[in-house]
Write a protein that binds this ligand. Sequence first.
Ligand code: FES
Length: 85
Amino acid sequence: MKRIQIRTIINRVTNQERIFTMFVCICKGITDHQIKQLVTESGVGSIRELKQHLPLGSQCGTCVKVAQNIIDNTIMDESLFKEVG
Ligand code: FES
C-alpha cells in the first residue's frame, strides 16, 4: 500500500517537472532543462560554451537572450545554495 502511494507522489513530481519544461530554442527544439543541466553538470557559463554542446541560436537567433538569462540564473541559484566552509 505504501509503495503505491510513494509511486504516485513520484509520478506527480515527474509530471510537474514535465509541465515546467520550456522550449527556449524553437528552431532546434532545445529546452531550458537541457541548458540548466549543461550549466550544472558540465560547467557551461556562457553562450559560446553552450553552443559547443547544442546548436542553440544557429538559425534565427532569437533564443540567445533567453538562454543567457537561464545560464545566469542557474549559476546564481547554484552559488546561493553551495555549502560554505
Ligand atoms: S529560436 Fe533558436 S535559433 Fe531560432
